[in-house]
Design a protein around this ligand. Structure first.
Ligand SMILES: O=C(O)CCC(=O)C(=O)O
Ligand SMILES: [Fe+2]
Length: 252
C-alpha cells in the first residue's frame, strides 16, 4: 500500500548532520505536507477529546499511536523511517508516540533532559517533534541549549531559565567550541519538524491565554542495546502487524 507523502523535499546530509551533532537539535521548517498537517490536526484533536476519563496507565496522549490509525501509520511511514535512519543509522527501534497538545493557558514545561544509554554513546535516541501549527517564542515555544546534549546527562532540571543558568548551566561550555552554553528560544512556522537528541536540555514556554491550541506530536526512535524508560508500547501493540514496522517494535 503506498502512503501519501508526509514530508516535502528536504536536505539532511553531512552538513545538517554535523549541525544536529553540534547543537543537539535541528529544525526542518515547514517540512510536513499540507495533507499531513490536516490529518495530524484531526488526529491530535481526537486524541485530545479522549483524554478526559481516560484509562490510567494507557493514556491517549502517552500511547497516541495506539488510539489513532493515522498516527500509527506514521511510525513506519517510509519517509519517517528514512529520516530516522539518516539520524540514527540503520539499526533502529520505535520507542514512543506522545501527543503534546498545549491549549491556551497551558503552563509549558520547565527545563529537563531525557536519558538513554548515558554511559555509552554507541546507542543514541532521537525525538522527532511534529509542530503541526508551529509556535512563537513565549507562546508554547520550544527552548533548547545548544551543546547541552554532549554532557549525556539525562537528569538536567531547572524550573525557570534563571534557575537553569544558576544551576546546571553555571560555568559549562560547549565541549567542541569552548563557548559558554546558552539558552536558545525557537520560533517555527506551521509544519515544522524538529529533531532533538534525547540528552539535550529543553523547556517549553507557557501558551498564551488567548492563543489557539498548539498541535504537536513527538515520535521517538533509538538504537537498540539498552533499556528504555520512556518506551510506551503495550504488549498488544508490540505484536500488532503494522505494515513496514516489522522488526521496529521490540526493545532489543
Ligand atoms: O511540548 C513540547 O514541545 C516538548 C515536550 C517535551 O519536553 C518532550 O516531549 O520531551
Ligand atoms: Fe522533554
Amino acid at each position: 500500500m503506498s502512503q501519501n507523502p508526509i514530508f516535502q523535499d528536504y536536505v539532511f546530509g553531512d552538513q545538517e548532520r554535523k549541525e544536529l551533532d553540534r547543537d543537539g537539535h535541528f529544525v526542518l521548517p515547514g517540512l510536513l505536507t499540507a495533507n499531513a498537517q490536516e490529518r495530524l490536526t484531526e488526529s491530535l484533536a481526537r486524541i485530545q477529546s479522549l483524554i478526559p476519563n481516560c484509562k490510567e496507565g494507557h493514556e491517549p496522549n502517552r500511547f497516541s499511536a495506539e488510539y489513532d490509525s493515522y498516527l500509527e501509520s506514521v511510525i513506519a511511514h517510509p519517509q519517517m523511517l528514512e529520516l530516522a535512519r539518516k539520524v540514527l543509522g540503520d539499526d533502529i527501534r520505535y520507542d514512543h508516540c506522545v501527543s503534546l497538545n498545549r491549549h491556551g493557558g497551558n503552563g509549558g514545561i520547565g527545563w529537563h533532559s531525557h536519558g538513554y544509554s548515558d554511559d555509552d554513546p554507541r546507542y543514541s535516541f532521537v525525538r522527532i517533534f511534529f509542530y503541526v501549527n508551529g509556535f512563537e517564542i513565549d507562546d508554547g515555544g520550544l527552548k533548547a541549549v545548544p551543546g547541552s546534549h554532549l554532557y549525556r546527562d539525562g537528569r538536567i532540571h531547572g524550573g525557570t531559565d534563571d534557575a537553569l543558568r544558576e544551576g546546571w548551566l553555571a560555568g559549562k561550555t560547549h565541549p567542541e567550541t569552548g563557548e559558554p552554553l546558552q539558552v536558545q528560544a525557537l520560533s517555527v512556522p506551521s509544519g515544522t519538524v524538529i529533531l532533538m537528541w534525547t540528552h539535550a536540555a529543553h523547556a517549553v514556554s507557557p501558551r498564551k491565554q488567548d492563543s489557539d491550541t498548539r498541535w504537536c506530536v513527538v515520535y521517538a526512535y533509538r538504537n537498540p542495546g539498552k533499556p528504555s524508560h520512556a518506551r510506551w508500547i503495550t504488549p498488544e501493540f508490540e505484536q500488532k502487524p503494522i505494515p513496514g514496522a516489522e522488526g521496529l517494535m521490540s526493545l532489543y
